[in-house]
Design a protein around this ligand. Structure first.
Ligand SMILES: [Zn+2]
Ligand SMILES: [Zn+2]
Length: 753
């Protein structure tokens, strides 16, 4: 007997070709009924028998589009309703929206084939997309994901596009971003003074490619924001870009024409290849094979062996790279520390003098995003920057969203987390709030989220540090939203972020939390950063930390590793650092040390101190530079003989000064730099295992920026396995301060003290 069944699917199911997929499956099952998007996700009605309905649901879950993520499903019988055939019907939007925002997807293989096929009507069209690929979050203005609620809606579909859109048999059936050369987005190639280079749309990309080949810096408006591009084998162009971008040595990412070309130049593991070619399409940090002749490697990533590589994420970049056939630099279009630029006027104003030419296009970007960055330690993915393709992502673990909470995150790597409904939205990386422009974008993002999700927060969570911009702005919102405020300690939020990711709040075992980063305000008003916590039954306790050293010269300390060295050397050996200072500087800092009261346990600064001592580094030009150089040195050591600098010592707090003393001794004894660097990291990993064993922890959860160090993670994974200890690291989120906002939320929801 025919009955009517209602199936509700929620998760990442809108804007990913789910309805057309349901339609074709229903046709295959010869079912009558309907499908539409609603507040929970996708709503399906079918007339059939109970057995058939269950079989339909099973197939639906099994064959769901690759880029969809099903969070939950339900099936129930509802009063019988006659359906003549199977239809996709308009969304029901009267209710509050309860579905996740969907990230952007990399161009799919079918679309790539079309833009490369001279017989296809989309041949050479730079904004080709379909239900399986294209921008989503970047173009969203409202919920749910319908054409009218995106910035693409200003382009009216031509008859042919409309036909595809309405044809259930077509791959572009209800593809909200559908367009073609006749009705779609237009490219505009201009010089820096705005003079148009008179080329037809079909020749624009050829021309743009030839400009890059001839040494020009080109600003390209991709669908997530402007990219600055130049030839990766042209030292002069790269140098010019460095000077103009005020980025003397921070490594640049490379855009490669194809995965085959990447394989020629890099050692590519299976997980690395999978990530590189995924629908997320992040920058993946890779190890090059020996000397790549067509890359100015030393200019691209000075003093570093590894390079960040990505493949074209859109039709635009695919076509450009097809013309170029050789790797190019592709770095976020911004000036030192400010957010990625996404508007034509902003690009003209801010990148004037940086770019020689601009490749604009007239699609508006609602949510600009940097490219995401990941790296691998074996199978294990470390997220270095969570942005395009990864955010806003799908968080279902550990959330109990009974209150509307806005978590303000941290200061340096800011993100915000918002729970307007049962979903948890974690924004992409927004940047360093020291920059006025970043803090404007930060406010703007919060305003966009509250508008988009039509909800105001009732609880504001912020870092305990009163000078964090995120905390200051959070306090301003209390009045605006009539909300309450809770301040959460930085490192405890880090710990909560990794506990939450692994669903460990209900763990029967007590858990060792290891949180190492650069800085965060501690509960004793010291600058924490080398912390050990225990977690059990919704309580967190600090159980140990690195020995305190002097915190001098405030923000300068992070930029000048020599200051960390000076501070962390034992008194009797401080003179070792003297050659790194002028006479006057030396006097000033000696006086500072004498009068200093502020202390730190920062492992980030310990890395700086060791890098300064071992690699003779005085100052750096980008955040984390000293640690990266040290990691680079450590990873070039391939011997078995690591030294544990603390093996013979017993200690309570981790003796920072002893470590430096031992390293200095090893240098004097002529131990190689690579071995010392590797041994230093080995010593740190051994410290963690030692504390776990001594205190009988079977689970270790690590968070904080220091855990982006691949050598440390590799050693820890090995040591923990040997001892039968479970090691938990951030996996969805990055381990750095990008995870603070979600950590704050989880701390608030799960921790009593
Ligand atoms: Zn596609
Ligand atoms: Zn069209």
């Amino acid at each position: 007997m025919q009955q009517t069944f209602e199936i509700i699917i929620s998760g990442q199911v809108q804007g990913v070709g789910f309805r057309p997929f349901v339609y074709s499956l229903a046709k295959h099952f010869q079912l009558h009924g309907s499908v539409c998007n609603n507040k929970d996700g996708v709503l399906i009605h079918i007339n059939t028998t109970e057995e058939n309905a269950k079989e339909f649901l099973e197939q639906l879950l099994k064959k769901a589009p690759e880029i969809s993520i099903v969070q939950s499903k339900s099936i129930s019988e509802i009063p019988f309703k006659e359906h003549e055939n199977f239809k996709i019907i308009p969304s029901v939007t009267k209710h509050k929206i309860n579905i996740p925002l969907t990230p952007d997807f990399v161009i799919c293989e079918s679309c790539k084939d079309e833009i490369r096929n001279p017989d296809n009507r989309r041949f050479g069209y730079a904004f080709t997309t379909c239900t399986n690929c294209g921008p989503r979050y970047a173009v969203t203005t409202q919920f749910p994901f319908e054409r009218a609620n995106t910035t693409i809606s200003k382009f009216e579909m031509c008859l042919k596009c409309e036909e595809e859109y309405n044809n259930p048999e077509d791959r572009r059936f209800h593809s909200q971003t559908n367009s073609c050369r006749d009705c779609g987005i237009k490219l505009q190639l201009v010089d820096k003074d705005g003079r148009e280079l008179n080329d037809t749309q079909s020749k624009v990309l050829k021309k743009a490619a030839s400009l890059i080949s001839n040494g020009a810096i080109l600003a390209v408006k991709n669908t997530n924001g402007y990219l600055l591009c130049c030839d990766a084998n042209n030292k002069e162009s790269i140098q010019r870009l460095r000077e103009k971008k005020q980025r003397p040595s921070k490594p640049f990412a490379l855009l490669y024409p194809s995965v085959e070309r990447v394989k020629n130049d890099f050692k590519l593991s299976a997980p690395e290849e999978k990530a590189l070619t995924s629908a997320i399409g992040p920058i993946v940090i890779l190890n090059p094979k020996v000397n790549i002749p067509h890359l100015a490697q030393e200019s691209i990533a000075p003093n570093l062996a590894q390079l960040g590589i990505m493949l074209p994420s859109t039709a635009l970049l695919t076509l450009l790279m097809d013309e170029l056939k050789t790797p190019i630099i592709a770095t976020s279009g911004n000036i030192h520390g400010s957010p990625i630029i996404s508007k034509k006027n902003g690009a003209i104003e801010k990148l004037y003098g940086v770019a020689d030419y601009f490749l604009h296009q007239n699609l508006e970007i609602s949510f600009p995003q940097d490219d995401s960055v990941v790296r691998f330690v074996g199978e294990h993915q470390l997220t270095l920057r969570r942005s395009r393709g990864l955010a806003p992502n799908y968080i279902s673990e550990s959330t109990l969203n009974v209150e509307k909470v806005l978590a303000m995150g941290s200061h340096l790597k800011s993100t915000v987390t918002f729970t307007p409904n049962s979903q948890t939205y974690v924004s992409p990386y927004l940047g360093n709030l020291d920059s006025y422009a970043v803090s404007e974008r930060y406010r703007e993002s919060i305003a966009q989220y509250t508008a988009l999700l039509k909800t105001k927060p009732k609880v504001i969570l912020a870092d305990k540090h009163p000078q964090y911009q995120s905390t200051i702005i959070g306090i301003e919102y209390i009045e605006e939203f009539d909300a309450s405020l809770r301040l959460i300690q930085h490192h405890k939020a880090h710990f909560a972020s990794v506990l939450g990711e692994h669903g460990l709040f209900k763990s029967e075992d007590k858990i060792l939390g290891v949180v190492w980063d650069g800085t965060g305000l501690g509960e004793d008003n010291a600058i924490w950063g080398g912390e050990f916590f225990s977690y059990y039954n919704h309580e967190m306790k600090r159980i140990n930390h690195f020995e305190y050293a002097d915190w001098i010269a405030a923000d300068k300390m992070a930029k000048e590793p020599r200051l960390s060295l000076l501070s962390m050397l034992p008194d009797s050996e401080k003179h070792i650092s003297k050659p790194k200072f002028s006479e006057t500087e030396w006097k000033v800092y000696q006086r500072m040390l004498e009068n200093n009261k502020l202390k730190t346990s920062s492992v980030g600064r310990l890395f700086d101190a060791v890098a300064s001592l071992l690699l003779d580094i005085k100052t750096t030009t980008y955040e984390g530079e000293a640690a990266m150089l040290l990691e680079n040195e450590a990873s070039s050591y391939h011997g078995e003989e690591c030294i544990d600098f603390l093996s013979k010592l017993s200690y309570q707090n981790i003796p920072t000064k002893k470590i430096l003393q031992q390293i200095h001794l090893a240098i004097e004894e002529g131990v190689s730099k690579t071995r010392i660097a590797n041994s230093f990291i080995h010593t740190l990993a051994a410290v963690i295992i030692k504390i776990a064993v001594q205190n009988k922890f079977n689970i270790i959860a690590c968070s904080g920026g220091v855990f982006q160090n691949s050598v440390l993670v590799e050693k820890l994974l090995q040591m923990a396995e040997k001892k039968g200890i479970e090691l938990k690291l951030n996996r969805i989120l990055s381990s750095n301060d990008e995870n603070i906002s979600l950590g704050q939320l989880w701390y608030h929801q799960h921790i009593k003290n």
